[in-house]
Design a protein around this ligand. Structure first.
Ligand code: CA
Length: 408
């Protein structure tokens, strides 16, 4: 599941952010038993038992969990100041690194990918792109800072987050049923702050609907078995109407005049002057398609098909589905987009972002991951650096900032 990132922190906003972070430290340090939580737990235990969870499963699942997880509540209450611009979203997801790693994984897993495609009819490149988007090919699962006990995270939301009480309760019941099924044990039932689990980040109810034991060991193990995780993603797409052998969409050029919103056939779009960018024919003129221009005129444009909307069943975001589609095409050997995202600075490649993060870290401006992805934390660190250097505050991961860092 994608997470939003803060796009900008203003000068004074940042100072007050630092102070509030300092004030929160004593709260974060306290992890003593919470009597309110204990009372909630006893009530919830009754509900769980009424829904078929055994006392043994419940007590095993909650062993040692006697307080909510403040980190989960901090994540849950985080509101980005505004939506990240398109360039930031796509730059961080469609990277040379992701394409290269995707191709390596394709080689490595070829027999499994063939079996999964035969069973579910989903193109392997799409599954590899989802795997990249969801967990960076499993890399985030090793990060203990962001992968927590699913039972504790969901209990925290059910107990202490009024907006997510229902979500937390329903997902927690599903998580207990997963434990009871024996697919995974409580020490390995880990996930994101919102309970998204394993290589392909399924929440417990989605796991129940779609999980697959692809490798045949008797467990639907999306945490440790890549074939299980990718087959589970394929199962979700297949059950939501994936059209085998068809693409998600095409990069197109659009005429100057105003175009209609909504769905038309490809043949109708062609009459309006929409063309594929390299002049190829559209294979099926009767397909119904919608036009997407995520960064406005001047940026890339796409005609998207049924499979685009199926990808949105994974994560209901146009940007998400586009990134999966574009990344999948490139893993499969397609050329990069003909039009770049509009961005107000000179772009860095993956290695340069790593260098930027490393230098920011060395100088004490950054304590996040050095992962080549310039998200909200990296941009905050750039702002801190720009402030100390006495230059204009922009927070962009740009060539200009990297060169300034190299000099200092
Ligand atoms: Ca398995």
């Amino acid at each position: 599941m994608v997470q939003s990132t803060t796009a900008s922190v203003r000068r004074f906003g940042f100072i007050s952010f630092l102070f509030s972070a300092l004030l929160m430290l004593p709260l974060l340090a306290s992890a003593a038993a919470d009597p309110g939580f204990e009372k909630w737990k006893q009530e919830f235990r009754k509900q769980a038992l009424a829904e078929g969870i055994t006392a043994e499963t419940f007590d095993r699942a909650f062993k040692g969990i006697d307080s909510p997880d403040q980190w989960v509540l901090d994540k849950a209450s985080f509101q980005p100041e505004f939506k990240a611009p398109a360039w930031q979203y796509f730059d961080n997801r469609i990277t040379k690194f992701a394409v290269k790693r995707g191709r390596e994984k394709k080689q490595e897993l070829q027999p499994w990918l063939e079996k999964i495609e035969k069973k579910f009819g989903v193109n392997p490149n799409i599954l590899l792109a989802i795997w990249s988007m969801e967990s960076s090919f499993g890399a985030i699962l090793d990060n203990q800072n962001v992968m927590r006990s699913v039972v504790r995270s969901l209990a925290t939301l059910a107990y202490a987050d009024p907006k997510r009480k229902k979500f937390g309760t329903n997902q927690l019941l599903a998580a207990l049923k997963i434990l009871q099924s024996g697919d995974i044990d409580e020490s390995h039932l880990t996930g994101s702050w919102a309970g998204a689990m394993g290589h392909t980040q399924f929440i417990p109810t989605s796991y129940q609907a779609y999980a697959v034991d692809m490798d045949g060991d008797g467990k639907r193990d999306i945490w440790n078995s890549v074939p299980d995780a990718l087959a589970t993603a394929a199962s979700l797409l297949s059950k939501n109407g994936w059209r085998s052998g068809e693409t998600w969409g095409y990069e197109v050029t659009i005429p100057e005049r105003k175009l209609p919103a909504g769905k038309l056939t490809i043949a109708e779009w062609e009459k309006l002057g929409v063309k594929r960018v390299r002049g190829q024919a559209f294979p099926r003129p009767d397909d119904v398609a919608e036009l997407k221009v995520p960064a406005g005129r001047g940026g890339p444009a796409f005609l998207v098909l049924k499979n685009f909307f199926v990808i949105k069943r994974y994560n209901n975001s146009d940007r998400y589905a586009l990134a999966v589609g574009i990344l999948a095409d490139q893993i499969g050997g397609a050329e990069p987009l003909t039009r770049d995202w509009k961005r107000p600075f000179t772009k860095l490649d993956h290695d340069e972002v790593v260098e930027l993060q490393t230098k920011l870290k060395e100088k004490g401006f950054y304590d996040g991951e050095v992962d080549g992805k310039a998200g909200g934390e990296t941009r905050k660190a750039i702002l801190k650096f720009e402030e100390s250097a006495g230059v204009e505050l922009q927070g962009f991961p740009s060539k200009e900032v990297l060169e300034l860092l190299r000099k200092k």
